[in-house]
Design a protein around this ligand. Structure first.
Ligand SMILES: Nc1ncnc2c1ncn2[C@@H]1O[C@H](COP(=O)(O)OP(=O)(O)OP(=O)(O)O)[C@@H](O)[C@H]1O
Ligand SMILES: [Mg+2]
Length: 250
């Protein structure tokens, strides 16, 4: 689904990613952990195609296609979804209308007609029920005055609506209370299929009790320095990142 080889990237002349490799197959959930400033959000932004970042070396393949030259919208149309660590507010645009537009733009790019209103409503109803989202919430302005948890829940709702091939969730768990965390995780689990892949960036092992990853990676100083199973997250929770530093330097 996603194959990244020897990725080097910089922003404003500063090298952030320093030879990163990652291979994510369809049907898999990967968790990426790592200390603040390691480059996790940078990686997510680069996969999504944010233009501030400069890829200086390496390759990013989505399925078998090199996506390097594609604009963020084109990547989104090909099924790449990125949730935001800091979501934007769009006053005057409701949650529902934002979703309708996003879905229809993608359909248009794929040469499909607009989704009939009846189907759209059905889908909105289905996905909002799945994520236990209140009706009233759907007619609010996007992210305006949303609590931290509401923003995160809305991100997962967007993901559920878009049904991406590759979803990247950047700290979707931060600021969620226990119930919201369970709902969000549950939503992610239900969206998992043999045809998609999910990358979860998180600081907390706790999330991985609910979303069970197939692989856990540690991103440290611009590289993936260690990969393992769910147990690696437990080890990190217990020992922090210092032992990894020692391992690298040894
Ligand atoms: N737009 C930018 N301008 C300047 N520096 C940036 C920019 N974006 C990222 N960086 C720098 O790149 C490094 C990696 O940042 P990044 O946001 O990818 O870290 P992170 O692993 O997501 O950290 P956190 O866990 O705190 O979210 C940091 O030193 C950061 O200051
Ligand atoms: Mg980050």
């Amino acid at each position: 689904m996603l194959k990244i080889t020897d990725l080097h990237a910089s922003i404003e002349g500063k090298e952030i990613l320093k030879g990163l490799n990652l291979n994510v197959k369809a049907g898999e959930i990967h968790a990426i952990m790592g200390p603040n400033g390691a480059g996790k959000s940078t990686l997510a932004n680069i996969i999504a195609g944010k233009e501030e970042y400069k890829v200086t070396k390496g390759k990013i393949l989505l399925e078998t296609e090199d996506i390097e030259e594609l604009a963020p919208e084109e990547r989104a149309h090909k099924g790449v979804f990125l949730s935001f660590q800091y979501p934007v507010e769009i006053p005057g645009v409701t949650v529902t209308n934002f979703m309708k537009t996003a879905i229809n733009e993608t359909r248009k790019a794929q040469g499909l007609e607009e989704m009939p209103a009846k189907d759209m409503l059905k889908k909105i109803r289905e996905k909002s029920e799945l994520l236990e989202i209140d009706r009233k919430f759907l007619s609010r302005s996007l992210n305006e005055g949303f609590s931290g948890g509401e923003k995160k829940r809305n991100e997962i709702f967007q993901m559920a609506m878009m049904e991406p091939k590759l979803a990247i969730l950047d700290e979707t768990d931060s600021g969620l209370d226990i119930d919201a965390l369970r709902i969000v995780a549950n939503g992610v689990n239900k969206l998992k299929s043999d045809n998609n892949a999910i990358i979860v960036i998180t600081h907390y092992q706790r999330l991985l009790d609910y979303i069970v990853p197939d692989f856990v990676h540690v991103l440290y100083d611009g590289k993936i320095v260690k990969s393992g199973t769910k147990d690696l997250a437990l080890e990190l929770e217990e020992k922090g990142y210092d032992w990894i530093k020692e391992e690298i330097n040894a």
